[in-house]
Ligand binder design. Sequence first.
Ligand SMILES: [Mn+2]
Length: 569
Amino acid sequence: MKKWQVQNKSKTKDLISLLLQNRNIKTKVERERFLHPKLAEVTTQVVKISEKELKKALRRIQKAIKNKERIIIFGDYDVDGICGTAILWETLNALGANVLPYIPSRFEEGYGLSEIGINNLKEKYSDCSLIITVDNGIVANEAVDFANKNGMDVIITDHHVPTKKLPKSLAIVHTTLLCGTGVAWLLAQKLWGPVADFPPASAHSRLTGLRAVGDPSIGTTSTRNHLELVVLATIADLVPLTGANRILVYYGLQKLRATKRVGLLALINKAGIKKDEIGTYEIGHLLAPRLNAMGRLASAMDSLRLICTADKKKAEKFSELLNQTNLERQQITQEALVHAKNKVTKEGLKNLIFIADESYQQGIVGLVAGRMVEEYYRPSIIISKGEKYSRASARSVKGFNIIEFLRSASDLLVDIGGHPMAAGFTVENSKLEVLEKRLYKSAQKLLTKEHLERILRIDCKLDSTLINYETYALIQQLAPFGMANPEPTFLTKNLIVQDIRIVGKDGKHLKLRFRNQNSGVMLNGIAFGMGEDSKLTIGDKVDVVYTLSDNSWGNQQNIELKIKDVSVS
Ligand SMILES: [Mn+2]
């Protein structure tokens, strides 16, 4: 049972003001910015990117373009890395640079800029003299030194949390206020400079089938076309949708709905999405998992190819590949999840979940850890046991800083990185047992009852007479919803259960019909995942927590409650 927490108990009549207050939007200026975002407000100054570093980066890139130096864009293998790489590659290519993308293999080269990655790219492109990282590099101090020793300059663009000692790269274009693609997009805008509104001389990538600039529209609206990639990355990377990120998502969604990229169109089609209905949900749950699947199981380069291709046949081929790989990814994740859950059932639930197994694949341990947190609401560490070393992914519960927690055992680890809610590390197999004991012991001390209690945050109570299409339309002003701007959640008390139907395959979901005792208003609701252990019966008087969803068809305006929790009054 979740604990319900009504955030705003004041009785203001203005629902929008109340919802904005709950989202920390208080002054008139803040309110205006939130309700009417302006793209011009996303600037390097606003997100605190160093002008000095930016200038150094621009000067070095312009020199490389002029001298026809080989430039490599070195991106991460997730959606954020891929989209940012596409933006810088297409931009530099259109500006006439000798540029190619490079995405390392998770299995052979590991995360981020590394010596082995640099060696591999040198073997392929011996003339490379400038590396630009995307969505990685801010802690790659040794790899940067190695690149410099090998005659390559490095420009870092990243958004991860830096350590005290910065790498000795030529320039660092960095902020934690955007995703990695957002940083790359701002750099690309600066590179376009005043030519942004003119079509560039047609430039074609030298890679067959990877015509980045076959589309002549790319120059005229380049910076805006790239917003469709910024929105994919911003949602996929789970950054809070406030400030500059919210503005980028607001405009990026419009661009994505009108995308002309044949690869994205094929993928959208494969995912069964209507193009003009793409929202943050569709990106987070349908598009991003497909784009991420390649880097988890195979090669992220194919996701990059899908995004950049201008060839319809290739778009079809890559979208099919991504779809298949994602199905495989789902199956592998599911198998590992069942295995992990069985282990908890057998050994009992402790404050912390720590499970290592040879059968877990590296690319999916993060997903399994996330699902274990959902299931048990405990900090979860899932480990893919290798021959000598194991790779682990950890996910946390609100208020428990997992990176700090894990760093307390860093003497036992090979490497570690991440954020308060999600982290990853490498450990030698021989140290797994000691590590497990140490972490359990320390979790026993640090984790409180409050940490392990699920809280359902509710914006406010809503009178059942206000559950209508007008209210739904009103709260859409606050969209797009996502991290740090959740869909408005309401509580309505004393509804009478009028009808219950079990729906969905395996009878997982409930369709409910409620009646308001006093007004007689009838309401429809759907409760996903509540079919199996529901104890509701017809005639029960209940309190319901829900979000509103539009279930209109034809001219019939119809609002449905998407139920998050029900309790008998
Ligand atoms: Mn990122």
